[in-house]
Design a protein around this ligand. Structure first.
Ligand SMILES: Cc1cc2nc3c(=O)[nH]c(=O)nc-3n(C[C@H](O)[C@H](O)[C@H](O)COP(=O)(O)OP(=O)(O)OC[C@H]3O[C@@H](n4cnc5c(N)ncnc54)[C@H](O)[C@@H]3O)c2cc1C
Length: 477
C-alpha cells in the first residue's frame, strides 16, 4: 500500500534508480535528480566513467534485482549478457594458485555496464510515479540540522536554480558525493570516515573475440599475490554482448599501468600467468586503452553521528565505495535498496530516516571488510581507517583468510562456502561458524593445478594449444 509523501533521489545511476524503484512502491511520487542527460539506450555517459571498465554483477546482487524487477536477468541474457557459473565458467589464478572448476553454485552476470544500467533504468522509469529531472544538478540540501526538507538544484545548461521539496531525500550521487559539505552547510559536525587506498588503477581495452568465444570460452581472471611484497598486477578477459571481450588490466600503487595502446600487451605479459596476453595477442582491438585511477575504499559512518536529520538517507557509493576488483559495489547498492524497501514498509515517522540509515550502513559492512582486509596487505596501501579490524586484528584475520583461500581452490565444499560469501549471498560471518570449521576439517583436497584448467575444445576456439591440460573435466563433488 502506498502512502502520501514525496521523495527525491539525487543521482540517477545504479543505486539511485534502485532506490527510486523501492521508494515508488511506498510513496506517492519520486523525483530522480540526475546531472547527466541519460542516454536512451545502452550508451556511455560522462557521469559514469567507470562504465568503460569491466563490471560484473554477483548473484547476491542479481537476485535482489530480480526480486525487485522480475525478468531483468532474462532481458540481460537476451541482449547478450552472459551468466558465468562460479567456478565452472571462470578460469582463475587466485593469489593462492589455480582454482579448480567446480560445478557452479553461484554466478555473476557479465556484460557492459551501459547495458546493465539501461535494462534496469528503462524498466524503472516506466513507473509513472517516478519523474526524472535529468540535466539537473543537486547543489545543496534544504532544511536544517534536525530535518532535511528538500534540495536546491541547478539546471546543468542554463544554471537556473530551484528548490525541490520532499519528505525524504536520498543521496546516491556516487563517489563524488558532496554530502559532507552539504551536512556542514546545515550546521552538522563532520561525519566519521575511513579510507583504505591500495592505489588501484584500471586500464581497459575492448576486443573482438574469436567466433563463438564469448559463449563457449570461460571468463579469465589472473589475480596478484598480496603475499609478495611487490605492487599487485591483475588482468581479466570477460565476455560482453556483441561478441566482444573486455580486457581490464589493473594494479595496486606502484604497478605502473599502461595508458598507451602499444603498452597494453607487454603489460599483460607481466602478469603471473601469460594467458591474458595470449588471448589479447590473437584478438582484434576495437577501442583504445581507457585508464582510470578511482579505486580507493571509502566509507562514511552516518550511523555514528550524534544528530542525523530526519528526511535524509545516503546509500550506494556515496555511503561506501569499494576497491572495484572485488566487484561488490552494485550488489551492495542492491542490498541497500532492499533494506530501504523493508524499512519503508514500516511506519516512517520522526527518527525513521536514522533507523533506515543504520540498517543501510550495516548492510555495507561485509563488502567493506572483504575489500579492505585484503587491500591492506598490498605494499604501499594507505590505511586511514579507524576500523579496529583493519589495525590490531588484521594479521590474525589474514592468516585465517589465507588458509581458507588455499583450501577453496582445491575443495568443492570450501569453494562453495567462500563463493556464497564473495557473491554476497550469505554474510561473511558464515566463515567463522562451527559449521564452516567442520567443513574445512573434513574437506577433500584435489591436487594443485600447475596450469589454467582449460579444455581442449576451449583452447581450439581461441587458437591456443600449448596449454592443453589432458583430461581436465568438470570435477565432480
Ligand atoms: C573501475 C570500476 C570498476 C567497477 N567494477 C564493478 C564491478 O565489477 N561490479 C560491481 O558491482 N561494481 C563495480 N564497480 C562499482 C560500481 O561502479 C559502483 O558501485 C556503482 O556504480 C555505484 O552506483 P551509484 O549509483 O552509487 O554511483 P554512480 O554509479 O557513480 O552514480 C552516481 C550518479 O550521480 C550523478 N551525480 C553526481 N553528482 C550529482 C549531483 N550533484 N546532482 C545530480 N546528479 C549527480 C552522476 O552523474 C551519476 O549518474 C566498479 C567501479 C569502478 C570505479
Amino acid at each position: 500500500m502506498t502512502r502520501s509523501g514525496r521523495a527525491i533521489v539525487l543521482g540517477g545511476s545504479w543505486a539511485g534508480m534502485l532506490a527510486a524503484h523501492v521508494l515508488a512502491r511506498h510513496l506517492e511520487a519520486v523525483t530522480v535528480v540526475e546531472r547527466d542527460v541519460l542516454p536512451r539506450g545502452p550508451e556511455h555517459r560522462r557521469g559514469l566513467p567507470q562504465a568503460r571498465h569491466v563490471h560484473v554483477l554477483w548473484s547476491g546482487g542479481a537476485r535482489i534485482v530480480e526480486e525487485l524487477l522480475p525478468g531483468t536477468a532474462e532481458r540481460l541474457l537476451a541482449a547478450g549478457a552472459r551468466r558465468i557459473g562460479f567456478h565452472e565458467d571462470l578460469v582463475t589464478l587466485t593469489s593462492h594458485g589455480w582454482q579448480h572448476r567446480f560445478p557452479p553454485r553461484q554466478y555473476a552476470i557479465m556484460c557492459g555496464r551501459p547495458l546493465l544500467d539501461w535494462i534496469v533504468r528503462d524498466r524503472i522509469l516506466a513507473d509513472e510515479r517516478i519523474t526524472l529531472r535529468e540535466g539537473t544538478e543537486a547543489v545543496e540540501l534544504a532544511g536544517g540540522a534536525k530535518r532535511v526538507t528538500g534540495v536546491h538544484v541547478r539546471g546543468a545548461r542554463d544554471g537556473a536554480r530551484e528548490l525541490l521539496e520532499a519528505d525524504l531525500v536520498v543521496d546516491a550521487t556516487g563517489r563524488g558525493s558532496r554530502l559532507k559539505h552539504w551536512l556542514a552547510a546545515l550546521g552538522l559536525p563532520p561525519l566519521a570516515e575511513d579510507v583504505v587506498d591500495a592505489g588501484i588503477a584500471y586500464a581497459t581495452r575492448t576486443f573482438r573475440a574469436p567466433d563463438g568465444a564469448t559463449a563457449g570460452f570461460p571468463a579469465i581472471n589472473v589475480a596478484a599475490d598480496h603475499r609478495v611484497r611487490r605492487p599487485g598486477r591483475f588482468g581479466v578477459v570477460y565476455p560482453q554482448e556483441g561478441g566482444r571481450w573486455m580486457v581490464t588490466l589493473s594494479c595496486t600503487r606502484g604497478g605502473e599501468l599502461p595508458t598507451r595502446d602499444e603498452d597494453f600487451l607487454p603489460y599483460a605479459r607481466t602478469l603471473r600467468d601469460p594467458i591474458v596476453a595470449d588471448l589479447v595477442a590473437g584478438a582484434e582491438p576495437l577501442t583504445p586503452v581507457f585508464a582510470s585511477h578511482i579505486g580507493a575504499n571509502r566509507r562514511l559512518y552516518p550511523e555514528r553521528a550524534a544528530t542525523w536529520p530526519d528526511g535524509l538517507v545516503v546509500l550506494g557509493d556515496s555511503l561506501a565505495a569499494f576497491n572495484p576488483i572485488y566487484g561488490h559495489g552494485m550488489s551492495a547498492a542492491a542490498r541497500a535498496a532492499r533494506v530501504l524497501d523493508e524499512r519503508l514498509a514500516e511506519p516512517f515517522g520522526p527518527g525513521a530516516a536514522r533507523a533506515a540509515q543504520e540498517r543501510i550502513s550495516a548492510a555495507a559492512d561485509d563488502p567493506w571488510i572483504m575489500a579492505t582486509s585484503k587491500d591492506i596487505e598490498f605494499v604501499h596501501c594507505r590505511n586511514h581507517a579507524e576500523d579496529p579490524r583493519l589495525n590490531g586484528g588484521a594479521a590474525v584475520m589474514r592468516g585465517f583468510a589465507d588458509m581458507v583461500a588455499t583450501m577453496a581452490i582445491r575443495s568443492a565444499d570450501v569453494s562453495d562456502a567462500v563463493t556464497d560469501v564473495m557473491s554476497m549471498t550469505v554474510p561473511q560471518s558464515e566463515l567463522g561458524t562451527a559449521r564452516f570449521m567442520s567443513l574445512m576439517q573434513g574437506a577433500r583436497l584435489l591436487p594443485e593445478l600447475g596450469e589454467p584448467p582449460l579444455r581442449r575444445h576451449e583452447l581450439a576456439l581461441v587458437n591456443l594449444d600449448r596449454r592443453a591440460v589432458a583430461g581436465v573435466r568438470s570435477v565432480p563433488r
